[in-house]
Design a protein around this ligand. Structure first.
Ligand code: NAP
Length: 519
């Protein structure tokens, strides 16, 4: 095996045996270990695959894991235990140095047979257990049963539905370290990404990464390239400062590429990870607050996104005046045993706008929407001396938001924005997916407006911006606010000015890649 500090294993999944050699070569270029998912082979391809592998093993020293996952553990073909057993017996004699990933049931069976004379090289066996639905409450018992077998390496992969469920997975790694066992422990799913990124720095035998975006073999699996280049898993250690985004969903956020690129450019030993959190009180109490957290990790700060921006406030030791005024926290700094809350959406919103328009004093601004982003934008504009009006779909329901801002609300239907200097879209309308082709302002409504500012940043180019441009307006996309608020977060967390060009490049690259993937 290559000698990188963090070992990545890339699974290879092909249907035809003849595709194996090329696929192995491609995977080996990305990672130290290649896992051959033999269950992906078509049934009539297993025989030919054995012949190809026999020849290949005699001439290659590539580190390889052979896996034949049964359907009930996330595999593609075989579930019958006897058929799996026979297949493994035919495999074991051909591979000089390969590791075998055997599920616990087979390990127990082979171990029982070994007592009657079968000979298995247990130093090459990974004993595995997968649960694609949940984190079982008897995880420790499962570990215990696995550890009692003669297998060298233990692997447990379970499905986390909330970031808090990564706790028992990290505990398994701690236990394995105490007991000097080689262990792979993974929480699958979006909520488990932190285990994929941090496990190697916490003693895991390896982590899994996919070859590319379309070849992931388990939910939440990142590409090997992203693990290595964006999360820099080779340089993570116990001193690494950990930051992350808490929200739900967080899967398509651009904040991880932005902050990780910023940390790398500044030479800071820090990493930023998406944390998909359902119960934010639980997460803050059991994983974040330095006085009560149950995990020994160097968590130093959080971004907070929907739906938790208001809910986090009661768990914090102190919040800034701006966060208090807006009623929302989007940034948490964890320092000296306390958690402090800030709102950088306000300055993030203003930063690109002031770069375009200079002073906003007296500017007439229309904000469409009355949610959290509209409040932050409205408050920021009022602080700058602008005149603000909210445009909403239900004037009656938005009395609280407009009362907090002391601004008037108008109905969005048939509104004309002529005479406004700035029109801000602070709704999700135009976001990739079902709302992508929609806009709450069209060419006719934009006529006479100086600048249209869409807070939506995925896709980069929204229908709102296209219509505004045709009407002759200047435009600003939401990625600029995203960068603006991230820059302020970076300063709060590190005390340094980030390289904004590097952050912008990372954001645009990720956004363009997401646009291309969506098609
Ligand atoms: P939020 O609190 O859920 O508020 C959403 C607002 O949009 C509500 O006022 C809602 O109206 C309104 N709305 C939703 N669908 C609508 C429709 N079809 N027609 C008219 N109004 C509609 O969300 P938020 O946190 O304010 O975020 C709003 C948008 O800003 C999101 O797309 C978010 O991604 C974006 N954002 C961007 C940044 C950035 O850095 N670029 C930062 C923060 C937010 P009702 O009250 O009537 O339901």
């Amino acid at each position: 095996m290559k000698n990188s500090p963090a070992r990545i294993c890339v699974p290879v999944c092909v249907e035809r045996a003849s595709e194996l050699p090329d696929a192995i070569t491609r995977a080996a270029a990305k990672a130290e270990v290649v896992e051959l998912r033999l269950d992906y082979l078509a049934k009539d391809q297993r025989g030919p695959a054995l012949s190809i592998l026999r020849a290949w093993f005699s001439s290659s020293d590539q580190a390889v894991i052979l896996t034949l996952r049964p359907a009930e553990q996330g595999g593609q073909t075989i579930s019958d235990e006897e058929a799996r057993r026979r297949f493994w017996i035919s495999l074991m004699d051909l591979s000089g140095h390969a590791l075998f990933d055997l599920e616990l049931d087979l390990v127990l069976r082979f171990a029982a047979e070994a007592e009657h004379g079968s000979s298995i090289d247990w130093g090459r066996v990974i004993c595995s257990h997968h649960d694609f639905h949940s984190v079982p409450s008897d995880l420790d018992d499962i570990y215990q049963r696995m550890a009692a077998t003669p297998a060298r390496i233990l692997k447990i992969a379970v499905a986390a539905n909330d970031a808090i469920e990564c706790l028992p997975v990290f505990r398994l790694l701690e236990r394995a370290q105490r007991e000097s066992r080689e262990m792979i422990a993974i929480a699958m799913g979006q909520a488990g990404i932190m285990t994929r990124v941090l496990a190697p720095s916490r003693g895991a035998f390896m982590t899994y990464g996919s070859l590319d975006d379309i070849n992931a073999t388990a939910p939440g699996q990142l590409t090997a390239k992203v693990l290595r280049e964006a999360f820099r898993i080779d340089s993570l250690n116990h001193e690494t400062e950990i930051f992350g985004l808490t929200g739900n969903p967080v899967g398509h956020s651009l904040s991880p590429p932005i902050h990780n690129a910023g940390f790398a450019a500044a030479g800071v030993n820090a990493v930023y990870i998406p944390f998909e959190v359902l119960e934010v009180d639980q997460f803050l109490g059991r994983m974040a607050c330095p006085r009560t957290r149950e995990l020994d990790w160097n968590l130093c700060g959080l971004s907070v996104t929907a739906p938790h921006k208001a809910a986090v406030i009661k768990s914090l030791d102190w919040i800034s005046e701006t966060a208090q005024a807006v009623g929302a926290v989007n940034t948490i700094v964890i320092r000296e045993n306390e958690m402090h809350g800030y709102n950088t959406d306000v300055s993030g919103f203003l930063w690109p706008l002031k770069q375009k328009l200079g002073s906003l004093r007296g500017a007439r601004c229309a904000i469409i929407g009355a949610g959290g982003a509209a409040r932050a934008a409205g408050w920021a504009l009022r602080e700058e001396g602008a005149e603000v009006a909210l445009f909403v779909r239900d004037v009656g329901r938005t009395s609280n938001a407009s009362a907090g801002l002391t601004v008037k609300s108008f109905s969005i239907s048939a509104a004309s924005f002529a005479g406004f200097d700035v029109v801000v879209n602070a709704t999700p309308v135009g976001t990739r997916g079902a709302l992508e082709d929609q806009t709450l302002a069209n060419i006719d409504q934009f006529r006479g407006v100086r600048l249209a500012y869409d807070l939506v940043y995925n896709p980069l180019e929204t229908r709102f911006l296209r219509e505004a441009r045709v009407a002759g307006c200047e435009t600003l996309g939401g990625i600029e606010m995203l960068l603006g608020q991230a820059v302020e977060q970076f300063k709060l967390w590190t005390g340094k000015d980030p390289d904004v060009r590097v952050m912008r490049r990372a954001a645009l690259q990720s956004a363009i890649a997401a646009d291309e993937l969506s098609g």
